[in-house]
Design a protein around this ligand. Sequence first.
Ligand SMILES: C[S@@+](CC[C@H](N)C(=O)[O-])C[C@H]1O[C@@H](n2cnc3c(N)ncnc32)[C@H](O)[C@@H]1O
Length: 180
Amino acid sequence: MTLPTPGVHGPIGAPSAWVMRVAAQWPAGATVVDVACGHGRHARVLAAAGHRVTGVDRDAAALAALAAAAPDVETVVHDLEGVGWPFGARTFDVVVVTNYLHRALFASLLGAVAPGGWYVHETFAAGNERFGRPSSPDFLLRPGELLEVVRGTLRVLAFEDVEVREPTPACVQRIVARRL
Ligand SMILES: C[S@@+](CC[C@H](N)C(=O)[O-])C[C@H]1O[C@@H](n2cnc3c(N)ncnc32)[C@H](O)[C@@H]1O
C-alpha cells in the first residue's frame, strides 16, 4: 500500500510519523476510527490511502471542514466526555487516538478494537509540563500507563515513552497493540 505524503494539510499539521509507520501494515480498506480527530490530521490521509475512516469529535466546525476536504470520511459530532462512547458495540479494524486523553474512555477504546485489529494511541506524557501545555495530570499519561491499559487485553507491538524535539519539544507516550 502506498500512503500519501504526510505534511500536505496546511494548518492542521502533518500526520504523526508513528501512526503513518504502523498504518503501512494495515490491510487495504481497513475500518478506522480516529477518536477526537479534530480537523482530521490522520483521518484525511488514511481515507486517501483507501481506508474506511470514521472521525469523531465534539468540534462541529472541525468536522465540517474534514467532511468538505474528505467526503468519504464518516464524521460524527459527539461529546466523548459528556455523553460517552457513541459507537455501542460497533468495532473497527483500527482505533487511532492522538493528542487526546480521557481516561474514562479506555475500556470503550479497547472494546472497539475488532479481532485482529489495532489500537494506536499517541499523546502527551508526564514531564510535558516542563514544556508548556498540556500540563494538567488529567491530560498527561503516567509512566507506563498505556502498557497498563492494554495488559491482558491486547498484545503490545511497540511502545515508547520519550521526549521529542519535533514538531515542538514535548513528552510523548505511544503504543501500538493488537487484539490477537
Ligand atoms: C489537541 S486536538 C487533537 C486532534 C487530533 N487528534 C490530532 O492529533 O490532530 C484534541 C481534540 O480533542 C477534541 N475533544 C476535546 N474534548 C472532547 C470531547 N469531550 N469530546 C469529543 N472531542 C473532544 C477537540 O475538539 C480536539 O479536536
